[in-house]
Write a protein that binds this ligand. Structure first.
Ligand SMILES: [Zn+2]
Length: 198
């Protein structure tokens, strides 16, 4: 084992113990059924990336195996795009509360479902889509409504009660705001939860 990797392992285990009153705790404990020895895992699965603060987490053997065999759809997608390095970090977006009933919020009877059917369809082939003006413009065309209206709809659908979610994905140091399904966002959070730790 290289010295860097050895240090990585020591630091990851040490930090985890320090956080959990001296005990090692699996980072995927909430998923249930922890089994086997607890090990220091490279979040991005790149064993040369020995940044223990940003790329380390403790996992039990069972969850480590599951993670490596079935990375979330988002991570798989990013890997395919060769955007897997370095680490994904994300922040939950704080959404502003919208005034329900404002003009921008009115659910145009055909436009609203058309926009989200279109988005749902897009997300089948591309799990994370950049949330930017281009997307808003396309959605505005699909829904036959103004950009500001569409923005309101997106705010609604990415709220806590909505079907979709926004995440900032840091790829190669650049922060990209992406829209994804709520399920994909939850999977993504599990894969990158380590980066949330302060
Ligand atoms: Zn576990």
């Amino acid at each position: 084992m290289s010295k860097a990797r050895d240090n990585f392992r020591k630091e990851v285990l040490e930090h985890n113990r320090a956080k959990n009153n001296g005990e090692l705790v699996c980072a995927h404990k909430e998923k249930g059924n922890c089994k086997g020895k607890l090990i220091a895992d490279h979040i991005d699965n790149n064993s040369d990336n020995n940044d223990s603060d940003n790329n380390g987490q403790v996992l039990c053997m069972s969850h480590n195996k599951k993670k490596n065999n079935s990375p979330s759809r988002i991570i798989t997608y990013l890997r395919k795009k060769e955007l897997s390095l370095p680490i994904y970090t994300y922040t939950r977006k704080k959404r502003e509360t919208l005034i329900v009933g404002s003009v921008g919020m009115q659910k145009n009877v055909t436009g609203y479902p058309a926009v989200f059917d279109w988005l749902r369809d897009k997300l089948k082939s591309t799990p994370a889509i950049e949330y930017n003006d281009k997307l808003i413009n396309s959605a505005s065309k699909i829904g036959k409504v103004r950009q500001s209206t569409v923005r309101g709809w997106f705010e609604t659908e990415t709220s806590d009660e909505g079907e979709f979610a926004l995440r900032d994905v840091t790829i190669k140091g650049e922060k990209v705001e992406c829209i994804m399904t709520k399920q994909d966002a939850l999977d993504f959070d599990f894969d990158s939860q380590r980066s949330e730790r302060k």
